[in-house]
Design a protein around this ligand. Structure first.
Ligand code: SAM
Length: 263
C-alpha cells in the first residue's frame, strides 16, 4: 500500500515547513524526527550539554513542580516533563522562542505551560517550585544578583539548576571574612570573585552584559541563599535553597511583588 509512506512523507514535509517558519532556533530539538537547529554553532545543543549533567538531576519528578526561567525553545521544560513532573511552567521574554516552545510541546504531546514573563516579574507569580531551572540567563541580565535574590525570595523551594557562561580564571582563591581598608592585593588574585562588565558586545550579542569567573558564580549563588550541592559540568551547578540570614543593615532584599500575577 503506497498510501501510508506517502502520508508519512507529507507529514514530515509539513513539519519541516512549520519548523522553518518558526526559525531561527537556538535549541536543536528533534520534533517528529526533524531537527530544529541542525547547524547550531555549539553542535547538537543543548543535548550535548544536557548529557553531561542529566544524571545529577532526580530521574523521577512525579508529583514535583518545575519552573524553567528563560526557557527558550523549551528543551529543558520538555525534558523535565519526560521525567514525570506534575507541572512545568516555562517563562521567557521573547515571543519568538515561546512560539517555538509551544510548538515543541504540541508536537511532543506534552502538557507544559509557556508564559511570557520576565525574571523581574517573579514576585507576581505567587508560587514556589520544587525545581527552578535558571540556565544561560544570568549573563544576559543587567542586574544579575537581583535576579538570583528574586528567585530565592519568590519562587525557589528546594532545588536550583543553574548555569552561567564563565570567563577568566577557574581557580578559587581563599577569601578572608574581612580585610583592612588598605589591603588590596587580594583583588588582583585571579581566583578572587570577579564579574567582567561588557559595555558593548560579546560574541556579537549586545545582551551579554556580565561575565563572571568561576569564583564569582559560586560566591553569588551562596550569597543569594543557595547551597551548592554539586557541579556536574564545568558551568552547571545543582543547588539547594536555604533560609538567608538577615544582614545587620536590614532585610536581605525587599523587592515588591510586581508583575501580572495576583498581588
Ligand atoms: C542563552 S538563552 C538560554 C536558554 C536555555 N535556558 C538554555 O540554557 O539553553 C537565554 C534565554 O533567556 C531569555 N531571557 C533573557 N532575558 C530574560 C528575562 N529578563 N527573563 C526571562 N527570560 C529572559 C532569552 O529570551 C533566551 O531565551
Amino acid at each position: 500500500m503506497p498510501s501510508t509512506p506517502l502520508h508519512a512523507e507529507e507529514e514530515v514535509s509539513s513539519l519541516k515547513e512549520r519548523i522553518a517558519a518558526l526559525g531561527p532556533w537556538f535549541h536543536n530539538m528533534r520534533l517528529g524526527g526533524v531537527q530544529t537547529a541542525p547547524d547550531h554553532f555549539l553542535g547538537d545543543y543543548p543535548q550535548i550539554k544536557y548529557e553531561r549533567f542529566s544524571d545529577a538531576l532526580p530521574q523521577d519528578l512525579r508529583g514535583k513542580t518545575v519552573l524553567d526561567i528563560g526557557c527558550n525553545g523549551g528543551f529543558y521544560s520538555l525534558e523535565m516533563k519526560r521525567r514525570g513532573a506534575e507541572r512545568v511552567l516555562g517563562i521567557d521574554t521573547d515571543d519568538h522562542y515561546l512560539a517555538q516552545a509551544r510548538f515543541a510541546a504540541e508536537v511532543s504531546e506534552m502538557d507544559v505551560e509557556f508564559r511570557r514573563m520576565s525574571v523581574w516579574e517573579l514576585g507576581g507569580l505567587n508560587e514556589r517550585f520544587d525545581l527552578v531551572i535558571f540556565m544561560g540567563v544570568l549573563y544576559h541580565l543587567r542586574h544579575p544578583l537581583l535576579a538570583l535574590d528574586l528567585i530565592h525570595e519568590h519562587v525557589a523551594r528546594d532545588l536550583l539548576l543553574f548555569q552561567s557562561m564563565q570567563r577568566g580564571s577557574r581557580s578559587i582563591a581563599h577569601v578572608d571574612p574581612d580585610y583592612d581598608f588598605h589591603a588590596d592585593a587580594h583583588f588582583d588574585e585571579p581566583g578572587y570573585p570577579k564579574m567582567h562588565f561588557v559595555e558593548h558586545r560579546y560574541s556579537h550579542d549586545e545582551t551579554n552584559w556580565w561575565v563572571p569567573n568561576r569564583a564569582c558564580v559560586e560566591a553569588m549563588l551562596r550569597s543569594s541563599g543557595f547551597t551548592i550541592c554539586s557541579q556536574p559540568e564545568d558551568e552547571v551547578y545543582i543547588c539547594r535553597w536555604k533560609p538567608v540570614e538577615v544582614p545587620p543593615d536590614g532585610p536581605h532584599c525587599v523587592y515588591p511583588a510586581t508583575g501580572r500575577g495576583k498581588a
